[in-house]
Write a protein that binds this ligand. Structure first.
Ligand code: ZN
Length: 186
């Protein structure tokens, strides 16, 4: 029996290119339904949360990401700009580099990026360059998030690629990891 995706529902056409913080997908496509059936997003987020805990344990802001293609996770990354001495070493960038190296391809068509926290503008750009098909994120980031919070970066004119967005997957766990980290550093 096929698994039912909890994030899937049929939206009216007028709701295309909209996201909410509810964990529900508003602009469904057959491709996304298929992705969802094959690899439930909460399972992907568990792997991303594992990466976020690795960042926390290294003293970095706890954000983690994985890239999945078909039924497999092909890239892992955790936030590590301080320990790697690289300001671009956000979880998403590290995971994209890992996936691209593993697949031997500088583009990742059809891939799902799952990250615990809403991506920043730099990472939004990387998603477009990598041709990521679907972005799944956990909690919004009001100060630096560039998908729904400060700017709708994926909808900016000039992009030659569109990324589907699913927001709010395991949102509470993703946010609590961040809150606990910053509380512990006060
Ligand atoms: Zn980023």
């Amino acid at each position: 029996m096929p698994r039912i995706c909890p994030y899937q529902r049929s939206p009216p056409a007028s709701e295309r290119h909209q996201t909410r913080h509810s964990g529900e997908k508003l602009h469904a496509s057959p491709k996304l339904v298929l992705t969802c059936l094959v690899f439930p997003f909460d399972q992907l987020m568990e792997a991303a949360l594992d990466q976020a805990r690795r960042a926390r344990d290294a003293g970095e802001v706890p954000i983690g990401a994985v890239v999945a293609l078909d039924e497999a996770i092909v890239g892992h990354g955790f936030n590590q700009p301080i320990s790697s001495g690289d300001p671009t070493a956000h979880a998403e960038i590290v995971a994209i580099r890992d996936a691209a190296a593993r697949l031997g391809n500088y583009r990742l068509p059809g891939a799902v990026m799952c990250v615990t926290i809403e991506p920043c503008l730099m990472c939004v750009g990387a998603l477009v360059h990598a041709r990521i098909a679907t972005l799944v994120f956990g909690a919004a980031e009001p100060k630096t998030g560039a998908v729904v919070s400060t700017v709708r970066g994926l909808d900016l004119a000039g992009h030659n690629h569109r990324v589907e967005v699913v927001a709010g997957v395991r949102e509470t766990e993703c946010r609590e990891l961040m809150q606990a980290f910053f509380l512990s550093r006060r």
